[in-house]
Design a protein around this ligand. Structure first.
Ligand code: ZN
Length: 632
């Protein structure tokens, strides 16, 4: 270790943990802490908290915790010294000069990043300060690039010689094998040394989202050249193409503000849009959009707008992009540019016009897929139409959030002009065949219940309380009562009270079953013909028509074995009741935890609240042991 404690402490105190974490996680203030979605595990409700006073973070879901250094190390896969250097740079601190020997120790990654940063400065200098760069600078100006964006994106020029970079680097004691490893230089076949990869090209440095140069794209000046128009850095230990988005470093503040990112195709598109005042814009540069790239965007954006040139809009590329965005839980839109235009050409007509076009022509994914199918003439036969419907439902099925699926199914029913019950049936089929394909190992980590500690309250985690949303286990209970009549109504409603069902149609339906049971005859047609109102009819139609199977998540979530509905309806009912009761008691415990926390902060008496908490915990243990069943 070659940083003194003093150095480390000064970097720590210059690095505001809220700022640093805020670059990766959207944080919201709650009391004296800040909460957001944990970057270390998959979750839908925030349990990741940052305490700015103590300068620490902790996740109540997965237990990950630490300070600003460990945060950066974990998320960026950095070693400690690299994290210290990055944070120092970020805070504008000068670290004590490192000698040659120390640099040699600093590790491979560090040396490679150093070489890449050196190369970016070298190319930029050539472009902006030397006669060699003049033609390239003129070329950029002709294409409408201002000096400002040339600086902002660090554009450069690689001289048209075999070893300009290698020679400059060797003057700064950089070994050529490091240049080779970064892809900046290429080893000669006869092993007699190496030569520059990029020659006579405008250079676009590719930055990681924290602003490190990790690679380059190089473009020829003249389109008549027999060279390929673009060449790019190869993948290296510091440049994983599927994890980097071109322009994200420059765009992230704007993306965070608008909660929306535009994804375009090329480097020049990104720069042109920035110049037109549309700064929330990135490119996947070369690869089609990957999961990792979308996850990265998800740290800053909720919505992703995929912008395609009309001619390359290869429905394929758009459709793949959409799938990836949706499966990461973000909302996707698609914009096709008019024929013959790309963002670069379009933006020269002015930012306002482009922005207007993007607003007016954005399609949600379902409308886009439908219109695309229409353009391709696929809706003209019944078979074609069925196929399109299936594709659209496949798209909906790739969304991780059932609530989101639900609202997209409704929207799809509108677009396709078919009853949503039909789509629900298709969706169930698709989901079922996916469940069969998905190995449990890829499932999200199981929900762990935390033991209550004796050391008093911890800051409450704002787990979303179940309000108004009908739970899957309630659907199962309704389905069992619907299917099996009196016997299961007696069993379920003998062990569950009506107010455990979610207020609204679920509780109304349960109450109707109870009435019919007590009146001595159960008639299921009454649920579907509207006797209990439209909401109950719709719910029960769903429940009855879907081949409803309990979610496999139950098993993972609570370690409750889940028998299939048709194997043993009583076992299925016990599982569903156990879950419903656990969900209810967990909500109550969550509320109680919040109350204790607030009482303690206000200096109020907390003893009675803690007694209630113990009772709730005892209740939970009894439910887990299934002691709510009357005859057991
Ligand atoms: Zn976590």
């Amino acid at each position: 270790m070659y940083f003194s404690d003093e150095t480390i402490e000064s970097v720590r105190s210059a690095s505001d943990i809220l700022d640093v974490v805020g670059e990766y996680v959207r944080l919201k203030r709650k009391g004296s802490n800040f909460f957001g979605l944990c970057p270390f595990h998959q979750e839908k409700t925030p349990s990741f908290s940052v305490n700015p006073e103590l300068s620490i973070y902790k996740c109540f879901g997965c237990g990950e915790h630490g300070d600003v250094f460990s945060f950066v190390m974990r998320l960026e896969g950095m070693e400690f010294p690299e994290a210290v250097r990055m944070l120092a740079e970020r805070a504008g601190l000068e670290l004590p000069e490192e000698g040659e020997g120390e640099r040699a120790q600093a590790g491979h990654r560090e040396a490679m990043l150093h070489a890449l940063r050196f190369a970016a400065r070298f190319y930029h200098h050539i472009l902006t300060r030397t006669p060699q760069g003049r033609p390239a600078l003129e070329y950029l100006r002709r294409r409408g690039f201002t000096d400002q964006v040339v600086t902002k994106f660090g554009l450069g020029f690689a001289p048209d010689t075999w070893d300009a970079l290698i020679r400059a680097a060797s003057k700064h004691h950089m070994a050529s094998d490091v240049l080779e490893e970064t892809g900046l230089a290429i080893r000669r076949r006869d092993d007699s040394g190496s030569y520059d990869r990029f020659r006579g090209r405008v250079m676009f440095p590719i930055l990681s989202h924290v602003g490190k140069v990790v690679g380059f794209g190089g473009r020829v000046l003249s389109s008549e050249s027999d060279q390929p128009k673009y060449i790019n850095s190869p993948e290296t230990p510091v440049y994983n193409k599927s994890r980097v988005l071109y322009g994200l470093f420059q765009a992230k503040n704007s993306i965070r503000e608008r909660e929306e990112a535009l994804v375009v195709e090329g480097y020049t598109d990104v720069i042109a849009l920035h110049q037109a005042g549309i700064a929330n814009c990135v490119a996947s540069s070369g690869t089609s959009l990957t999961r990792e790239q979308v996850q990265l965007l998800g740290r800053y954006a909720k919505r992703v707008v995929l912008v395609f040139d009309a001619d390359t809009a290869g429905a394929g590329a758009a459709a793949r992009g959409i799938q990836v965005v949706l499966s990461e839980g973000l909302t996707a839109y698609v914009v096709s540019l008019p024929p013959g235009e790309d963002p670069d050409s379009f933006s020269r007509r002015g930012g306002a016009e482009l922005e207007k076009y993007l607003d007016e022509h954005r399609r949600d994914v379902l409308a886009y897929l439908y219109e695309q199918a229409e353009r391709e003439g696929r809706l003209e036969t019944p078979e074609g139409e069925a196929e399109v419907m299936h594709e659209i439902v496949e798209t909906v099925a790739s969304m991780p959030d059932p609530l989101m699926q639900e609202s997209y199914i409704r929207r799809a029913a509108e677009v396709l002009r078919v009853p949503d019950i039909r789509l629900h049936m298709v969706l169930e089929d698709v989901l079922k065949s996916r469940r069969r394909r998905t190995a449990p190992a890829t499932a999200p980590a199981p929900f762990k219940t935390r033991p209550e500690s004796a050391q008093g309250p911890r800051p409450p985690v704002s787990r979303k309380l179940n309000t108004g949303r009908i739970l899957p286990e309630e659907r199962t209970l309704l389905r069992l009562m619907y299917q099996h009549g009196s016997s299961l109504i007696e069993f379920i409603l003998g062990n569950t009270s009506l107010d455990e069902f979610t207020a609204g149609p679920a509780r109304q339906a349960a109450s109707a079953f109870l009435q019919q049971y007590e009146a001595g005859s159960v008639d299921r047609s009454t649920f579907l013909n509207g006797d209990y109102g439209d909401d109950v009819r719709r719910l029960m139609a769903d429940v009855a028509m879907m081949q409803y199977e309990p979610s496999q998540n139950w098993e993972r979530k609570q370690n409750i074995p889940v028998p299939r509905l048709d194997d043993d309806p009583y076992e299925a009912a016990i599982s569903a009741m156990t879950l419903l009761k656990l969900d209810r008691v967990n909500d109550a415990i969550e509320k109680q935890r919040q109350e204790i926390f607030e009482a303690e902060r206000a200096g109020d008496e907390i003893q009675p609240l803690q007694t209630q908490m113990m009772a709730l915990n005892e209740l939970r243990r009894r439910i887990e042991r299934r002691e709510f069943l009357e005859d057991e």
